[in-house]
Design a protein around this ligand. Structure first.
Ligand code: MV4
Length: 454
């Protein structure tokens, strides 16, 4: 029985997890770096332990310190959130060795799905559609070029140890290939210590559609519908929505069944996300599986009424899933905007600092997940996400209207944010008409650049 959980994370996701634990009557332990001593997650937890200096490598990534904190406080389990150690198989394994429950899948599954080329191979074997490309990593640039010439350009070079767009290269013709391949290999080696690369045919004007999965330790599994995460800037998601625009019930059922098949194939347990690329003709292809709670999980909670973090904890506590697929109803439409402390006018450079004024909107169907507060000092050390503004309404048009209102009402002073940029995105006629694909943000940015220079 899980009675106490250590949250091995910070910021809004740590607060989110603490709230779920509080509602379940589970005690919480926060870990924090010296610069986070006044952070909200520290204030809200039942207990807290300082685990080191500001730099993540000296604190939030220090496995021994986090495990020691869990053992000293008598925690039964560790929730990793996302980022940091959430997809680190070694950490999951060490938790197991310390007789601590890791709230997530097994180390073996994290490792298998963390190797994106291995994941592809597993899905090919299971008969799940993947993007045409190599079954295994390519060993040399020349071999890769031969494959790409055969596939036809453009192609995507991807890092086996990558994911989320890291170490990806789009190659438009054979002349570019060798240089792009070597650059990608070097980047992958530097970023992941693993330079294996694989090749996929590039799917132009695609959409990024991901399905939320819950599976317990007894083989019971459901999907909670899909999220459209196509609106990204440099592979950082900006706006996510559920359900995806223009997905028919038949296509949703088919892709949902495929996502369940992918999870069953690898004997997945806990919450996970199966990512697909959807092309212009509504053909879908598996691209990767994320073995953690996603930043954007809240919009799925808003359209289904299911608390994914609570379900994670129950599954980790060896409870049976008490949700049947026929119980999962997608009601209305939800949209999330990620508010980052950054300067859109200065190439989105980070903008840490003191929050001198803050007004958070509210109202029916408005949810704001954040850890900032008035007079909070946003540190420069971590990623720039400071709040997730989420709205829910009966349909997409009403949700967009509500989101525009919420973005207009949101006030923060003392730091710069991307709120105005997001406002321009959701107000754009293309967004309102569902003309969304993975090129949406870059196209809008060049439109804005054109306007400012002309
Ligand atoms: C792709 C793709 C098109 N074709 N793979 C982006 C990160 C990771 N989730 C996989 N991603 C993509 N993989 C093939 N073969 C399009 C994306 C993609 C994307 C690409 C460029 C710019 C923005 C994007 C947003 C979502 C998905």
């Amino acid at each position: 029985m899980i009675n106490k959980i250590l949250i091995a994370n910070r910021g809004e996701i740590a607060v989110r997890i603490i709230r779920a634990c509080r509602e379940m009557g589970i005690d919480t332990v926060a870990v924090y770096s010296e610069i986070d001593k006044d952070a909200l997650h520290v204030q809200l937890a039942d207990e807290s332990i300082c685990i080191g200096p500001a730099m993540a490598k000296d604190s939030y990534l220090k496995m021994d310190r986090i495990l020691s904190a869990a053992l000293i406080t008598g925690a039964d389990a560790i929730h990793p959130g996302f980022g940091f150690m959430a997809e680190n198989p070694k950490f999951a394994d060490l938790c197991h060795k310390c007789n601590l429950i890791f709230i997530g899948p097994s180390a073996d599954i994290i490792s298998k799905m963390g190797d994106k080329s291995e994941a592809r191979k597993t899905m090919i074997k299971a008969g799940i559609p993947v993007v045409p490309g190599t079954e295994s990593p390519v060993t040399t640039a020349v071999e890769g070029q031969k494959v790409a010439n055969k596939l036809g350009y453009p192609v995507m070079i991807k890092a086996s140890a990558g994911g989320g767009g890291k170490g990806m290269r789009l190659v438009n013709n054979s002349d570019e290939f060798l240089t792009s391949f070597e650059n990608a290999r070097q980047e992958a080696k530097n970023a992941f210590g693993d330079d294996r690369l694989y090749i996929e045919k590039y799917i132009p004007n695609a959409r990024h559609i991901e399905f939320q999965i819950l599976r317990d330790h007894y083989g019971n599994i459901v999907h909670l519908g899909e999220r459209d995460c196509s609106i990204q800037r440099r592979h950082q998601k900006l706006i996510e929505e559920a359900p995806a625009y223009g997905i028919s019930e038949d296509l949703r059922r088919e892709m949902g069944d495929m996502a369940i098949k992918a999870a069953q194939t690898i004997n997945y347990t806990n919450a996970g996300t199966v990512e697909f690329i959807l092309d212009e003709n509504y053909n879908y292809y598996f691209i990767e599986m994320n073995t953690r709670l996603q930043v954007e999980h809240g919009i799925t909670e808003m359209v289904t009424g299911i608390d994914i973090v609570k379900e994670q904890i129950k599954i980790a506590d060896s409870k049976k899933l008490d949700i049947k697929q026929e119980d999962v109803m997608i009601k209305g439409h939800a949209i999330e905007c990620r508010i980052n402390a950054e300067k859109p006018r200065d190439n989105f450079l980070p903008s840490p600092g003191l929050v001198t004024n803050l007004h958070l909107p509210g109202g029916c169907g408005v949810r704001i997940d954040t850890a900032i507060y008035h007079n909070y000092l946003i540190p420069p050390t971590y990623d720039s996400l400071i709040a997730k503004l989420m709205v829910h309404d009966d349909n997409r048009e009403m949700a967009i209207r509500k989101l525009i209102g919420v973005l207009g009402e949101f006030v923060i002073e003392g730091v710069d944010t991307n709120a105005d940029f997001l406002f321009s995105l959701v107000n754009h006629y293309k967004y309102k008409n569902g003309l969304i694909d993975t090129g949406f943000v870059e196209n809008l940015l060049s439109e804005i650049r054109m306007k400012t220079v002309s």
